[in-house]
Design a binder for this molecule. Structure first.
Ligand code: KE4
Length: 428
């Protein structure tokens, strides 16, 4: 497989764009090798600028549940473009998409659209602080909620729950209100509530996808809900990735735990830049211009992006059983990969939720970020490179999640498993 055009394109890009990419994970830093520069997508495939074709299990990190260049979404976008790109004024498309989101998510009475998941989460936290009048927030190590300052936090020293900045450029003052807990560990959350009586919200990925795929235990989430209720703290489910990927009715429909605010992104934009946050009417009423909590955006609710999101959600509504089909395929993929790994004496932990799947090169189950970090990232990198050579495009980090689209056929899944067999045989 020749990738000489990507090699040259990467050299050129690095002269003008930091790291040659507009989002760090794309640079292949954790797996090595040269990121493929993509020329086009078609259904389940992406084609790079050297003409190599890959079955795409990244799907733009989640948005493309119907694969690349889905006809209905493409038609809707082209139709919207013919009326203009942006008005900075309300359009009925925003109300229509809001109606779809609130109908799918029982916990959402009202919703505000923004242009990214980061913006959705940043705004949701400000809203939670404004609604409760409190300053502190709790997040979990291993969960990623976008790159707003107060969420770029790493564990502090020792048993301290208050975190430190995880990135230069974030003043300690900006993270001093952020407490860190351990995923699936309710005692660590109780400690946060002991250390602070001023917690506005707890934010969690109920189905974590940014440490690899690590779903929260139902009992843990139920306890989390109880703790938040006891302390007058809001519970935020960050479903930017899992929303409409694990279930079309949200993690609440799987876990039975109802959040106060939900953040969304990816699928609801159909591949265009859209984020959203929503919740109970009394909470959303605090948001400007109805209430005092300020939030704004030039391209929020952009009509072309709304058209793409609407087409995607209309398709999901029309084919409600699609998630069962995708879940079956995701489960088959990871079960097949586990079987092939075992055949070659390789330990692989696998899991799937709806159209999301994950695997760890690890001999123990992964329940939190510390567990995830014990995975064999060297083996992951060899697997990733081997599968690329076989024509399969997996997420370029052990700490990411894979995705199945409606364009990913059963036959492709079987061929992927066979390719994994060959690659495991070469890297063991
Ligand atoms: P964006 O700002 O990237 O649209 O969304 C941030 C975000 C918020 N919450 C969750 C649960 C997320 O997964 C994300 C973004 N996900 C990553 C994938 N790990 C996007 C890929 C990237 O950073 O390039």
């Amino acid at each position: 497989m020749s990738i000489e055009k990507s090699v040259k394109a990467f050299e050129e890009a690095q002269k003008l764009i930091p790291g040659g990419v507009n989002s760090p994970v794309r640079a292949f830093a954790s797996v090595g090798g040269i990121p493929r520069f993509i020329a086009s997508g078609e259904g389940a495939y992406i084609i790079d600028i050297d003409g190599n074709k890959y079955v795409d299990y990244v799907q733009s990190w989640g948005p493309l549940i119907f694969g690349h260049r889905n006809e209905e979404i493409e038609t809707a976008v082209i139709e919207a473009v013919k009326h203009g790109l942006s008005f900075g004024a309300p359009t009925e498309a925003e109300t229509e998409l809001a109606s779809m989101v609130t109908n799918f998510f029982e916990s959402i009475d009202k919703v505000r659209f923004v242009s990214s998941g980061t913006e959705a989460v940043m705004s949701a936290i400000r809203l939670a602080r404004g609604f409760t009048g409190r300053d502190d927030i709790v997040k979990f190590t291993g969960c990623y909620h976008g790159h707003s300052d107060s969420l770029l936090v790493q564990a502090g020293s020792g048993a301290a729950t208050f975190g430190n900045p995880s990135s230069p450029g974030v003043p300690a003052d900006f993270t001093k209100h952020t407490l860190l807990a351990t995923y699936n560990d309710i005692e660590s959350v109780k400690k946060c509530f002991t250390d602070s009586k001023d917690i506005a919200c707890v934010i969690i990925e109920p189905i974590a996808g940014n440490m690899g795929l690590v779903p929260a235990d139902k009992e843990f989430l139920a306890e989390l809900r109880r703790l938040c209720d006891e302390n007058g703290t809001l519970l935020i489910f960050d479903e930017v990735m899992s929303g409409f990927r694990a279930s079309i009715f949200g993690a609440e429909s799987i876990t039975g735990v109802k959040p106060d605010i939900v953040t969304l992104g990816k699928v609801i934009g159909g591949g265009m830049p859209v984020g959203a946050f929503g919740g109970r009417s009394e909470i959303m009423a605090k948001l400007s211009p109805e209430g005092p909590v300020y939030q704004a955006g030039t391209l929020s609710g952009n009509p072309v992006a709304m058209a793409a999101g609407l087409a995607a959600l209309k398709k999901l509504k029309a084919h409600a059983r699609v998630m069962d089909v995708l879940h079956g395929r995701a489960a088959r993929l990871v079960d097949g990969m586990k079987e092939m790994a075992q055949k070659h004496g390789i330990s692989l932990q696998v899991d799937s939720r709806g159209s999301m799947f994950g695997f760890f090169f690890n001999d123990k189950p992964v329940k939190n970020f510390a567990d995830a970090l014990t995975s064999d990232t060297v083996m992951f990198a060899k697997f990733h490179a081997g599968m690329l050579d076989e024509g399969y495009y997996f997420a370029c980090s052990q700490f990411e999640t894979g995705f199945i689209s409606t364009a990913t056929t059963d036959a492709m899944i079987e061929e992927t498993i066979k390719a994994a067999d060959r690659v495991f045989g070469r890297i063991k």
